[in-house]
Design a binder for this molecule. Structure first.
Ligand SMILES: Cc1cc2nc3c(=O)[nH]c(=O)nc-3n(C[C@H](O)[C@H](O)[C@H](O)COP(=O)(O)OP(=O)(O)OC[C@H]3O[C@@H](n4cnc5c(N)ncnc54)[C@H](O)[C@@H]3O)c2cc1C
Length: 379
């Protein structure tokens, strides 16, 4: 059955990958993206084995692997760099393919290439949605209006599509805030490392031969201000207690390096479908990044939604099948991620010592075990 016209709101990882999958399935779609231009965005990102498997379907896995860095070994250490638990990505790659770390801007370029046949209107959003059995009427921010058979909210954590169908759904604050940056660093033995301190973590991920992506996480009240002027000095001070490579990385930063700062939040359990409107990616289920799988879930959503829409049958049945296929997997990842974050952000010195001992005695990190499980289950 023809799916008619699909409007995708948001040209991020979920929106672009969905556009690429739909156009491959011969389903007409278009994207509206709020940003006035595609700008180099974000810091780094890890494409786990299940994310890479969707990128393979879109025929951009090789490009992503070439532009990024294939991760070998990773692990968790204490705040001084002493190993607590390991994650062997090479071992995982034997059965499930590589794990790739890449600059977000380069992942975005690869996705744009995969969706190149799909019309995109930049600098535009939606003002209002109303739907009946026959379609969804969309009023755009620039005054134009149009009718679609299906509207997909791929517009991230603060989704306006979600608000239009469910009203206000406030994101839930994790209790910790995060800084991210990319720093030049020649090849070294560091592949991927997450260092656990007391109420603080520091992550280091190689994204190519010349650069590392780093993240620094700290417990803080919601909405703690960290204005750009002086941000670097405050970051250095806050993480001065960390050893290993951290002092050298922080010293190598200069004022020109963008330091992205935001609170880490998630979207509580909500329905993902309302009539002819469906939410995917962070708009539906933003999660804490402790497992590094939010984008993987967004990519999987897109692959499954396109797969269901390409099948014959009523739209409502296909959307219900999409939700059925996605719910338990996404919820499990969201819950695991939150649990790992709670442990990683412990502050009490006795509990931290206990945590580190348990981590040292456990053969694989919790995240590595979860990745294996996900890789084994097809979407
Ligand atoms: C610190 C951190 C580290 C992370 N690391 C990883 C990782 O290593 N691996 C991983 O898999 N995931 C990771 N994630 C999660 C990942 O970043 C997200 O899950 C992913 O970006 C979600 O993609 P999305 O397309 O759903 O949303 P977004 O990336 O938020 O994209 C939404 C798009 O919609 C546009 N938009 C927003 N509002 C509107 C509007 N009103 N109208 C039109 N367009 C709109 C935005 O401009 C944007 O282009 C991390 C997240 C954080 C916070």
């Amino acid at each position: 059955m023809s799916r008619g016209r699909v409007l995708i709101v948001g040209g991020g990882i979920a929106g672009l990958s969905l556009a690429a999958s739909l156009s491959r399935a011969g389903i007409a779609c278009e994207i509206v993206e709020r940003a006035p231009a595609w700008a180099p965005i974000g810091a780094g990102i890890v494409m786990s084995v299940n994310a890479m498997s969707v990128l393979r379907r879109l025929e951009i896995a090789d490009e992503v692997a070439e532009r990024g860095h294939r991760l070998g070994a990773g692990g968790i250490t204490d705040h001084n760099g002493r190993q607590l638990a390991g994650s062997d990505f090479e071992l995982l790659s034997h059965d499930h393919g590589p794990t790739i770390a890449i600059h977000r801007a380069e992942l975005h370029e690869a996705l744009l290439g995969a969706a190149s046949g799909v019309p995109v209107t930049l600098g535009q959003s939606i003002e209002k949605l109303s739907q009946n059995d026959a379609g969804v009427d969309v009023q755009f921010t620039h005054g134009k209006s149009d009718r679609f058979d299906l509207v997909v909210g791929a517009d991230g954590l603060r989704s306006v599509v979600r608000e239009s169908i469910l009203g206000d759904v406030p994101p839930v604050y994790s209790g910790y805030t995060c800084w991210r940056f990319v720093v030049r660093s020649p090849a070294s033995e560091i592949e991927m490392r997450e260092m656990w301190g007391r109420g603080q973590r520091f992550g280091i991920v190689r994204i190519d031969d010349a650069r590392l992506y780093c993240f620094a996480v700290a417990n803080a009240p919601r909405g703690t201000e960290d204005p750009e002027p002086g941000r670097l000095a405050r970051l250095r001070e806050r993480f001065a207690g960390f050893g290993g490579q951290v002092p050298a990385i922080l010293a190598a930063l200069d004022e020109d390096v963008p330091l992205i700062h935001n609170d880490l939040e998630e979207i509580p359990r909500i329905p993902w479908v309302e009539g002819r409107v469906v939410l995917v990616g962070d708009a539906a289920h933003a999660m804490t990044p402790n497992m590094g799988l939010g984008a993987a879930m967004a990519l999987e959503d897109s692959a499954v939604l396109a797969d269901e829409l390409a099948k014959p049958g009523e739209l409502a049945d296909r959307l219900a099948a999409h939700v059925e296929r996605r719910t338990s997997r996404v919820r499990w990842v969201q819950d695991q991620s939150r649990r790992i974050g709670r442990v990683g952000q412990l502050e009490n010195p006795i509990l931290c010592a206990l945590r580190n001992t348990v981590a040292r005695l456990t053969p694989d990190s919790a995240a590595a075990g979860a990745l294996k499980r996900l890789a084994k289950q097809p979407i």
